[in-house]
Design a protein around this ligand. Structure first.
Ligand SMILES: C[S@@+](CC[C@H](N)C(=O)[O-])C[C@H]1O[C@@H](n2cnc3c(N)ncnc32)[C@H](O)[C@@H]1O
Length: 360
């Protein structure tokens, strides 16, 4: 179809999360990640733990707040098996331009930091998880939460919508293909990195199977605000056309597809499940009737992960003043829509959890 062109000029990688701000505005992702916590114990029940080095890898850590609980739970499993003398290395990985400084400050300062435990050592790798980021057979246990739905790049130069799931036809199919290829690529590299018998828990946002979610409304509103800015000349058409949030949520069938014939590159899908994720902001609004707070929360949820992707699509000649004005206008537009008609905008979302083990 004519709308699909090679992805020249399109975002080649996702923009990092908002510097300094993601930790404060990722409560929803933390709630989603919590669905994977009980699976960590089940992973350790199946895993051999030899005398070798113990390495926990955290794929797509952002600024780290949401990694503290799963990494602490993982260390607790190791301590229960091997005691405090076994040194544990925790490697947080993300894109090179991730805000690692905030991560390391958090590890130093937070009461919840796993570095308060003896014999635990933290480090980081700034490299895409669509490549091998750690030595072969070096990872004891891997955790990846709310990261693998970020695609490796835009499958088309101009998707026509900021969110791939609201595209249609050939463009939608291009997103589907990229998402399927990326999932296989991610698994291929983890298969190389995991020690034999090592496990990986992947938590990813999904779509509820049984009822429509209201989430497309929020993404549609954001698109409408951008369209209005392109219409009145605030945004150049070429900038608006490049604005794509490179997230593409997978259904359980998409997650299972590489394992359809059994193992994939020596990895076995041990268990997977889909849970509804209640909209925490709408629940709070129903109790308080505080529409300003509801708007703050929804706008914050949108801005912290997605605004950097929109800003990255602006032409290089756009100065800080323009970027701020653009950002403020988008925020005000979204806020006004929410205040005019408070309604659930993430009801429900869904979270998918998979436990994957490398064959011994
Ligand atoms: C929404 S945050 C999730 C952070 C955290 N794991 C959580 O549960 O809240 C997604 C993270 O994935 C990272 N990410 C996206 N694509 C990536 C890639 N190809 N390689 C490494 N990290 C990536 C982003 O930079 C971002 O920090």
């Amino acid at each position: 179809m004519s709308g699909v062109r090679p992805a020249a000029g399109a975002p080649v990688r996702p923009a990092p999360m908002e510097r300094g701000g993601y930790n404060e505005r990722s409560r929803l992702q933390a709630g989603g990640g919590a669905h994977g916590l009980p699976v960590i114990a089940r992973a350790f029940e199946r895993m051999p733990l030899g005398d070798g080095p113990l390495t926990i890898a955290d794929y797509g850590c952002a600024q780290g707040r949401n990694s503290l609980a799963p990494i602490s739970a993982t260390i607790a499993e190791i301590r229960a098996r091997l005691g405090v003398d076994a040194p544990v290395s925790v490697v947080h990985t993300d894109q090179p331009d991730n805000d690692f400084a905030t991560l390391f400050a958090l590890l130093r300062d937070s009461e919840d930091s796993y570095l308060r435990e003896p014999n635990v050592f933290a480090s980081a790798v700034g490299r895409s998880f669509y490549e091998q980021v750690l030595p072969s057979e070096s990872v004891t246990f891997g955790w990846c939460s709310y990261a693998i739905h970020w695609l490796s790049g835009a499958p088309v130069a101009s998707a026509g919508h900021i969110w791939g799931r609201l595209t249609t036809g050939e463009i939608r199919r291009a997103f589907e293909r990229r998402s399927a290829d990326d999932w296989r690529m991610f698994l291929t590299h983890r298969a190389a990195e995991l020690q034999p018998g090592g496990c990986l828990v992947v938590v990813q946002p999904s779509m509820p199977g049984h009822e429509p979610s209201t989430f497309p409304m929020l993404m549609g509103w954001a698109q409408a605000e951008l369209d209005a800015m392109a219409e009145d000349g605030t945004l150049r058409r070429s900038e608006a056309a490049r604005m794509t949030v490179l997230c593409y949520e997978r259904y359980p069938a998409d997650v299972r597809a590489p394992f359809a014939d059994g193992d994939f590159r020596g990895l076995v899908l041990v268990e997977d499940f889909l849970n509804d994720l209640p909209d925490p902001f709408w629940g709070a609004y129903q109790a308080t009737g505080d529409a300003e707070t509801l708007a703050d929360k929804y706008v914050g949820f949108f801005q912290a992960p997605f605004r950097p992707s929109l800003l990255a699509a602006l032409d290089p000649d756009r100065d800080a003043g323009f970027r701020k004005a653009f950002s403020d206008r988008l925020e005000t537009g979204l806020r006004n829509r929410i205040l005019a008609e408070p309604q659930p905008l993430m009801t429900p979302l869904a979270v998918h959890v998979s436990l994957i083990q490398k064959q011994i």
